[in-house]
Structures are given as structure tokens and as C-alpha cells.
Ligand binder design. Structure first.
Ligand code: DC
Length: 223
């Protein structure tokens, strides 16, 4: 019988803990990891470096195909994302970059230009993929599907702490507003809107620490 490389999809709104949980779960399972949001962010960053009009889907599609994105892990385990070979230590994680990524991600042309690139991450022995439409569009046949949520307040607080650790100055109130606006845009777009797959396990991470969530997710693979 043909062996299919297993995939776990972890979707949800920004700040729900997808990135941290996915990275730890991938490491524990010894599987690869796809941060699909970083691809949208990278295209957004490349488009702004090139001063492109981010309301022009044709220019964005060209930019998507022309932008090289590589994920590099330092010996310490810290992860770097290189956009056209350049390091993007803080720019990629800024909420303003998230907003640009969310705006360009609403174009079906951009989504389809990134489709095969995301699917190429499916390599043995397995893949953990985090994003908005991993379980609903990109890996519909995934063996394990998770949808992580948390209250908007808690998600804003987590983002606030992450950005503060990176030395970026933001206000909690401002972040909450930006996160709510981004959630609304991601959930209301017509193509691949943010929503749980019908066969996804919903996990509300409000008030839970990372380890508790990781254990619940890993239990899907090793009950
Ligand atoms: O997960 P993130 O915050 O890095 O994602 C940034 C934006 O990219 C998000 O607001 C919407 C878009 N995105 C998407 O549309 N589909 C994905 N699979 C991942 C991200």
C-alpha cells in the first residue's frame, strides 16, 4: 500500500498560540513544520521593499513567485526567516506586517500562487502546518486537524509580550484593536476564510499554558 506522509493542521486566529504549539509538537513528533503565515508575511515584506501597490493582484502574484523564503534554524533552536536571502528579525513579526499579509492574503490569486509551495512542505516522516486554511484548503486530507482559539484579550496580551520581548514598543489597547480588525478580515474574506474544518478538534487555549495545549494536541496522535 502507498504510504501517505501524515499531516497535522493547526489553524486559528492570530495570537491563539498556533506558532509556539506547532513548533513544539513538530519537534516532539520529529516532523517538519510549515509556518504558512510567514509565507504571506514574507510576500508582504517583499512587496513593501519593492514599493508595490498592494491592491494590485497581478503585481502581487509576480512578487509571490519572485520571492524566495527560507526557514533557518540556529543551533540554539531559534528560527530565522530569510526573505530573498535577507534576515527579517523583527519586521516579519510586526503587527503592521501581519495587517499587510492579511490584506494581500484576501486575493485568491495570491493564495493560489502559494498553494503548491505550501504543499511541498509535506515530506516524510510528517508535517505540522499552521495557518488559517491548512485544514480547510491546503491539506484537506490531513490525518489530524486542530483549531486553536483564545479570547481576543488573551491573544492581544500574548502578542504584546512577544513583541515586548523583541524590543518593539506597542500598546495593549492598540494591539487588541489591530487583532480584532485582522480577525474580521481573515474570517470575512470570500476565499479560504478563517473557519474550523468540519473534522477539526476545537481547543480553546484561554487560561491554558503551552504545555497543557501541547499535551492535548499530541494526544490526538498518541492517544
Ligand atoms: O499566522 P500569521 O499571523 O503569521 O498570518 C499573517 C496573515 O497571513 C493572517 O492575518 C492572514 C494570512 N494568512 C492566511 O491568509 N492564510 C494562512 N494559511 C496563513 C496566514
Amino acid at each position: 500500500m502507498l504510504e501517505v506522509t501524515p499531516v497535522m493542521t493547526i489553524d486559528g486566529p492570530s495570537g491563539a498560540g498556533k506558532g509556539t504549539v506547532s513548533r513544539i509538537v513538530a519537534k516532539r513528533l520529529g516532523w517538519h513544520y510549515l509556518d504558512s503565515g510567514a509565507l504571506y508575511r514574507a510576500v508582504g515584506v517583499a512587496a513593501s521593499w519593492a514599493n508595490l501597490d498592494i491592491s494590485d493582484p497581478a503585481a502581487l502574484v509576480r512578487c509571490t513567485f519572485d520571492t524566495a523564503v527560507s526557514f533557518v534554524e540556529n543551533p540554539s533552536g531559534a528560527r530565522r526567516v530569510l526573505v530573498n536571502g535577507a534576515d527579517t528579525p523583527t519586521e516579519l513579526r510586526l503587527e503592521t506586517t501581519g495587517a499587510v499579509a492579511s490584506a494581500i492574503a484576501a486575493f485568491p490569486e495570491v493564495r493560489s500562487a502559494l498553494k503548491e509551495r505550501q504543499r511541498a512542505f509535506r515530506q516524510p516522516p510528517g508535517l505540522v502546518a499552521d495557518g488559517r486554511d491548512m485544514g480547510t484548503v491546503i491539506f484537506t486530507d490531513a490525518a489530524y486537524k486542530v483549531f486553536l482559539t483564545a479570547s481576543a484579550e488573551e491573544r492581544a496580551e500574548r502578542r504584546y509580550n512577544q513583541l515586548k520581548d523583541k524590543g518593539v514598543s506597542v500598546t495593549l489597547d492598540g494591539l487588541l484593536r489591530e487583532i480584532l480588525a485582522r480577525d474580521a478580515r481573515d474570517a470575512q474574506r470570500t476565499v479560504a476564510p478563517l473557519r474550523p474544518a468540519e473534522d477539526a478538534v476545537l481547543i480553546d487555549t484561554t487560561g491554558q499554558n503551552i504545555e497543557q495545549v501541547v499535551e492535548r494536541v499530541l494526544a490526538l496522535v498518541h492517544p
